[in-house]
Design a protein around this ligand. Structure first.
Ligand SMILES: [Zn+2]
Length: 215
């Protein structure tokens, strides 16, 4: 298996980010009737977002409210140019500033949903599934996710994907080295990467030395 990466945001001060989602009720469904957890409406593709921050809008927008993956039309164009597949892209309806004035921008944004997914090798990671809700499918483990250690992929679930997510963690965004190279070559902004193995390590120090290769 080639080396893979988890995609994160740079989170530099002043970079615009999504501070809230307009009409939360179209994002969240009612609480699960069985376990009571709030459920995300995966079929909602009609998002309007509030953007906070003064600087130029980046290509990858951090969402402070829910881990949505929101990218600019530049990202979609670049992914098309390099024939990257494995995702659906849904246009964002409206962008507002924090005073609810509509932001008019040449940059359009898309909510991307990744359609490729890999399975974690829980056996070799020493993680046990202790419960799964039969209504909403949410899984409970014998430890917290930040205690998972090195993330390992079940070989048979991996098919040289460029973009992929993880079963049970469908809002994570992972990719091949190819995507990392393309991102820097095309100078897409606000993307950073950490090795896939470190996906669940909240203290992993993101190594931006990749960047120097492309400056
Ligand atoms: Zn449930």
């Amino acid at each position: 298996m080639e080396k893979n990466y988890t995609i994160e945001h740079m989170e530099e001060e002043g970079t615009p980010y999504i501070s809230s989602i307009v009409s939360e009720d179209i994002v969240y469904l009612d609480n699960c009737s069985q376990c009571g957890r709030i459920r995300f409406n995966e079929n909602n593709h009609d998002l309007s977002l509030v953007i906070d921050g003064e600087n130029k809008l980046p290509d990858f927008l951090l969402c402070g409210e829910f881990p949505l993956n929101i990218v600019s039309n530049r990202v979609i164009d670049v992914w098309d140019k390099y024939n990257l597949t494995g995702y659906d892209a849904f246009p964002i309806k409206f962008l507002y500033d924090t005073n609810m004035n509509e932001i008019i921008s040449d940059v359009k944004y898309f909510d991307i949903r990744i359609t490729n997914s890999v399975e974690l090798d829980f056996h070799n990671m020493g993680v046990k599934i202790v419960n799964q809700c039969s209504t909403c499918n949410v899984v409970e483990y014998d430890k917290q996710t930040w205690e998972f250690g090195k993330a390992l992929i079940i070989d048979s679930s991996y098919r040289n994907f460029d973009l992929f997510t993880i079963k049970y963690f469908q809002n994570t965004l992972s990719c091949s080295k190819n995507v990392l190279n393309i991102t820097y070559k095309e100078r897409l902004t606000n993307f950073s990467f950490k090795p896939f193995e470190s996906s669940f390590d909240p203290f992993y120090d993101i190594d931006d030395s990749f960047l120097e290769t492309f400056v």
